[in-house]
Design a protein around this ligand. Structure first.
Ligand code: MGD
Ligand code: MGD
Ligand code: SF4
Ligand code: MO
Length: 710
């Protein structure tokens, strides 16, 4: 039970979704607002067992920041000197909700009248609740009747999702609950920096190590995660599939794989044997520099360990070969029979608060709620039935997030609603994105702040923070849980769901969006998901609150939920998992004589994504006020960097200058820059926008650059 005067919530940042208690530390402060509250870890929520990282401890600060947008604002280029404009950011004019929604709906109808329904698109996010994600999809298909919706999870989980769907027939990031980690005797963490990105997962790894587990990491850099490892494999970006083929080669040549499991529960062994034949550990050493003894040791160790887990994240997934890289790591689990039993499994470590649920309920271009395909006639009938429309009225599938931006550039999409993302900072080749968005006839951004994307909008609408919207989220282990509302939205800001429903009303489609409460939205989501892969139909708020979360699938009220997947069968029709033989391919833009270095990008422990929230949090910003490029001493010497020098990085798209940190802990020809800043510090101005052909994931982790002393 909470102490009197305290409230319960969950951190808004990563996929661990640690529980937090908000303690009223200033008795004089207003009760209905975060001003007088302090964050404490909540021991009640089982996942993080009473821990919060720096970001969680400071999570109230952005929500109560003075720059929060508290009213609808309309862009008024010529309104300087207008007294109304003084109340908001420059060039913005404050408006009422009535004016805002009436104008937006009128413009949408005019654009659709001229250019067709698909001229209006929606761009969502993975930090939103399941209920809001669900409504984003329903709003697009039913209120706008457009095919174009996608979300920032395309830049995040799409390669891992596609790989899991291919291999297992189902995508739930982790196939096991976190509580299995301490039972694993061998853990491989590939392209994942969990110690900096999911810090409260570390105690599970420490527990496993205490129980005798061996921990292996692969990364081009030394990170806080690799520092925990028994063996760290320093790979140049783009070489994971070569290295994994080396491991698989040893497993097969030395007959170390689990022949019975492979025969009974998988198909495709022959394909793998074929693909990995050339990749002897000696050959892998020539290609990657990883000593052949290291490859052999890891292959043998993992195969012989009684239990084992493989975790991957964006390091190898955010590449044009991201799906294949991921499939190869999944091969390791399948060949060794390490899945579907205690202490075993594969996990793609989900990133955002609701990165998992965000991709299950219809925000993806080709999906309906419950992780159903929008091209499956039975799924269309079911969901149309729940929504009270004819299946024919449902649009077909749209395109991925970055491809929507390309369609804006080409003029096919003319209006965009962004809710819960900052694509001007987080998209690859972001200069192109800036130019494309400038072509829009209507850009509506629903956010807490005037972000780099919002500053280009025609309308900026004040949405709700994590403290103000009740709903459910699904964490990295597939646990669906309830997050209560702590405070009412400040000023005139509204819960996101209400904004969508009110806009639907203005568009003349209100009859489909009248809910007595947010709980009613969840009940409808559960019905829509019934019978789908991500089946939530056995869940209710009451049950989630009592049980502190339930793992999906949960198809009936009496069903206990499914913490461990694939115990008896995989989700393909024949019950078997698929092995895939992977022939490693080059990245889209390998280093060459003109652009001799590889730029890779990623995260810092104290910032979050496009930085909108954490750059507004003083305690976090002061630890990393600007992005710093990490370079190897040899590269620094080759470029002629001295103490205090800055580095100019130039890709085929743009050129920017950064502060430098020289460190032995990075691959000598690789440069790392974090992506949490906008404008002249936005590393995505340099990144490559080539997409994985299956997942449409951009290649954030590899592009070729020149480096010079600035
Ligand atoms: N502090 C913090 N935590 C976060 C976030 C944040 O912004 N800040 N974001 C959240 C989100 S949305 C996500 S998706 C997750 C992301 O979590 P991660 O994927 O763990 O984070 P990244 O830093 O993007 O990439 C992980 C590592 O991949 C390495 N890498 C680069 N190229 C390669 C390669 O070719 N092979 C291999 N093996 N490794 C490579 C990088 O050096 C980096 O250390 O974190 C979540 N947690
Ligand atoms: N170079 C490079 N680029 C990357 C990556 C990388 O590793 N390298 N990683 C990619 C990944 S994994 C991800 S997930 C994306 C994420 O990139 P973005 O989608 O841009 O992520 P955020 O910065 O979280 O943007 C979320 C926005 O929504 C707002 N917001 C937060 N909560 C709410 C809410 O409840 N309601 C409303 N209305 N608004 C809210 C925030 O203020 C913020 O402006 O970036 C991708 N871009
Ligand atoms: S580990 Fe993730 S969810 Fe937990 S406090 Fe840190 S950022 Fe928040
Ligand atoms: Mo992400």
């Amino acid at each position: 039970m909470e102490a009197a005067g305290s409230l319960t919530s969950h951190c808004c940042f990563c996929s661990m979704q640690c529980g937090m208690t908000l303690v009223r530390s200033d008795p004089k402060a207003e009760i209905n607002g975060p001003a007088g509250y302090t964050v404490k870890p909540s021991p009640d929520f089982p996942v993080a067992t009473g821990r919060l990282c720096q970001k969680g401890l400071n999570a109230l600060d952005h929500a109560r920041h003075p720059s929060r947008i508290l009213h609808p604002f309309r862009r008024t280029e010529g309104s300087a000197g207008d007294p109304a404009a003084a109340q908001g950011p420059k060039e913005w004019e404050r408006a009422s909700w009535e004016e805002a929604l009436t104008d937006i709906a009128g413009r949408i109808r005019a654009i659709q009248g001229r250019a067709g329904k698909d001229a209006v698109a929606v761009y969502g996010g993975g930090s939103l609740t399941n209920e809001v994600c669900y409504l984003m999809g329903k709003f697009t298909r039913v209120a706008l009747q457009s095919r174009y919706i996608d979300y920032n999870g395309r830049y995040c989980m799409s390669s891992a999702a596609a790989a899991s769907n291919r291999a297992f027939g189902l995508d739930r990031g982790m196939t096991f609950p976190l509580s299995e980690i301490p039972k694993a005797k061998y853990i491989i963490i590939a392209g994942a920096n969990v110690a900096e990105c999911q810090p409260t997962l570390v105690p599970y790894l420490m527990e496993a190590k205490k129980n005798g587990a061996i921990l292996v990491t692969t990364d081009p850099r030394n990170t806080m995660t690799s520092k925990m490892a028994d063996l760290h494999v320093r790979l140049q970006p783009g070489f994971d599939s070569v290295f994994v083929n080396g491991l698989l080669n040893v497993l097969i040549r030395e007959k170390l794989y689990d022949a019975r499991f492979v025969a009974e529960r998988t198909t495709g062994l022959g394909e793998v044997e074929e693909a990995v034949r050339p990749f002897t550990p000696e050959r892998v050493e020539e290609l990657t520099g990883v000593l052949e003894a290291v490859t052999r040791t890891i292959a043998r160790g993992f195969a012989k360990a009684e239990t084992g887990i493989v975790l991957t994240a964006r390091g190898l997934e955010q590449q044009v070969n991201g799906v294949e890289n991921t499939l190869n790591y999944i091969n390791l689990c399948l060949l060794t029979g390490k899945i579907g039993r205690a202490g075993c499994g594969y996990g793609a470590v989900t990133g955002q608060a609701n990165g998992q649920g965000g991709r299950e309920h219809g925000q993806k271009a080709d999906q309906l709620p419950g992780y159903r395909s929008i091209e499956d006639p039975a799924a269309r009938r079911h969901v149309a039935g729940v929504w009270g429309i004819e299946p024919d009225e449902l649009p077909g599938k749209g395109v991925s997030a970055y491809e929507m931006i390309q369609k804006i550039d080409e003029g096919e999409i003319r209006a965009l609603i962004v809710l819960g993302s900052n694509p001007v900072v987080s998209s690859p080749n972001s200069r192109f994105v800036e130019r494309a968005l400038a072509k829009l006839e209507l850009l509506v951004v629903v956010d807490l702040f005037e972000t780099e994307t919002a500053s280009r909008a025609h309308w900026l609408l004040p949405g709700s923070s994590f403290l103000e919207g009740e709903g459910t989220l699904t964490n990295l282990e597939g646990r669906v849980f309830h997050r209560p509302r702590a405070f009412s939205p400040p000023g005139e800001s509204l819960p996101d769901y209400e904004i969508l429903c009110r806009l639907a009303e203005k568009l003349g489609r209100g009859e489909y969006f009248r809910y007595p409460s947010i709980e009613a939205v969840f009940a409808e989501l559960c019905r829509a998901s019934a019978g789908g892969p991500a089946d939530y139909s056995g869940l209710t708020y009451d049950r989630l609150i009592r049980a502190k979360g339930v793992h999906w699938p949960c198809p009936a009220p009496e069903h206990p939920g499914t913490p461990m997947l694939f115990t008896g069968r995989f989700a393909h029709a024949d019950g078997r998992a698929r092995l895939f033989g992977i022939t490693p391919k080059l990245p889209a833009e390998p280093a060459d004589a003109e652009y001799p270095y590889v730029l890779t990008t990623g995260r810092l422990p104290n910032h979050y994504l496009s930085g909108v929230q954490t750059r507004r949090t003083e305690a976090l910003l002061k630890k990393a006020p600007v992005p710093v490029a990490e370079v190897h001493p040899r590269l620094a010497a080759a470029v002629g960097l001295g103490v205090g020098s800055r580095i100019r990085l130039t890709s085929r798209r743009d050129s920017l200058v950064f502060e430098v940190k020289v460190t032995e802990g990075i691959h000598p020809r690789t440069i790392f820059v974090p992506f949490h800043w906008g404008g002249e510090l936005c590393i995505n101005r340099l990144t490559n926008d080539k997409l994985d052909p299956v997942s449409s994931m951009p290649e954030f982790k590899i592009c070729a650059v020149k480096a010079e002393k600035a």
